[in-house]
Design a protein around this ligand. Structure first.
Ligand code: ADP
Ligand code: MG
Length: 340
């Protein structure tokens, strides 16, 4: 199969509407975007490299989903509405069954967001997938990392840490029962970009980022760019892990209900430092607490307040008695307050 046959067969959808923001799609030297007049274009690229971001034998349908999901997640973190995307693909060989499944996974998510594939590039080489997304956002309303204010609440959407737990299972470091693993693996391989929540938070959140490198690392970017610090409540953060429901003992200590499968240390580390969740971490004034909950409800995405923004730089994680969580500090690279 030649390059053009491959593009025509798997990535061109002549019957499919391009959507209001796109004037010309695949087939010419350039695509033409027609953003709503007055809106700002929001643009982001993410590359997935075999061996670095995914295993060679990953399900191609999931890979197609994830390659687009991680990009849509960046638009979500800016509060932008997706318009279109391009796909630059290096493939070791043109495997029709693989390409079909990859395209299906990618287009299923694209169609959920009315986001058309408008172009790209295809070449032979080690498997490498680079997507660029284009979105739009009203002037002055993009959610930036630099807007967090002292006194703001720190929120996280959905669940965090499950992708890391699934990775530990795939690497053979821990074992989980099949049902729990299946749920965690779904989070690793088919993350849900919080596109509706990001748009609903425009004018409400003071700062936002998506959780790709781990909660503490990505919140760290907000803290650094906003010139503030924060305290997180370990107790509330641990509730974010979906795979292992947590319980509070009489001592106030946290124990995982699945403690035979996952240690409290791995639990906390997965939540704070595990990556690949593609949730949103954001800040908002306590005065906007009801507005945040309304945005969560309107977008069908739960959000949880897990801490507060403070003037003192750096990030502190405390237990229910307000004491610093000392456990595993050396393992938590991301604890460094100004990780670059
Ligand atoms: P050029 O040589 O001008 O860069 P190509 O011959 O590489 O164009 O591609 C032909 C058309 O197919 C272009 O419109 C390009 O955007 C599109 N295209 C190429 N690869 C892909 C891909 N993987 N997904 C979507 N569109 C693609
Ligand atoms: Mg080309």
């Amino acid at each position: 199969m030649g390059e053009f046959e491959l593009i025509a067969q798997f990535f061109t959808r002549p019957q499919h509407p391009l959507g209001p923001g796109v004037e010309l799609g695949i087939g010419d030297d350039c695509a033409l975007l027609a953003p709503t007049p007055g809106m700002r274009l929001a643009i982001s690229s993410d590359m997935l490299v075999q061996g670095r971001h995914f295993f060679a034998d990953v399900d191609p349908r999931s890979l197609g989903h994830k390659a687009l999901a991680v990009n849509l997640s960046d638009l979500a973190a800016c509060g932008a509405r997706p318009l279109a995307f391009t796909l630059a693909l290096a493939l070791p060989q043109a495997d029709a069954a693989w390409l079909k499944a990859f395209a299906e996974g990618m287009f299923a998510l694209a169609d959920q967001h009315g986001c058309a594939l408008i172009g790209g590039d295809t070449t032979q080489g080690p498997l490498n997938i680079c997507i660029t997304v284009f979105g739009e956002v009203p002037p002055g309303q993009a959610l930036l990392r630099s807007g967090a204010q002292v006194g703001d609440d720190v929120y996280v959407s959905g669940t965090v840490g499950d992708a890391h737990v699934a990775l530990q299972v795939l690497l053979g470091h821990v074992t989980l029962d099949d049902a729990t693993f299946a749920k965690a693996r779904q989070r690793l391989e088919q993350p849900t970009p919080r596109v509706a929540l990001g748009q609903a938070l425009r004018g409400i959140a003071t700062a936002a980022a998506d959780v790709s490198d781990g909660l503490v690392g990505d919140l760290g970017h907000i803290l650094k760019q906003s010139g503030v610090g924060a305290t997180l409540r370990a107790q509330d953060a641990m509730q974010l892990l979906a795979a292992c429901a947590v319980s509070t003992g009489a001592t106030g200590q946290f124990a995982s209900k699945n403690a035979s499968f996952i240690s409290p240390e791995l639990h906390l580390q997965s939540v704070l430092a595990g990556g690949d969740d593609y949730e949103l971490v954001f800040t908002a004034s306590p005065a906007n607490c009801a507005a945040v909950q309304a945005a969560a409800l309107a977008s069908g995405t739960p959000v949880h307040c897990i801490g507060q923004i403070e003037a003192a730089p750096g990030l502190r994680v405390v237990d229910s008695a307000g004491q610093p969580v000392a456990q595993g500090v050396k393992a938590f690279d991301h604890f460094a307050p100004h990780k670059g």
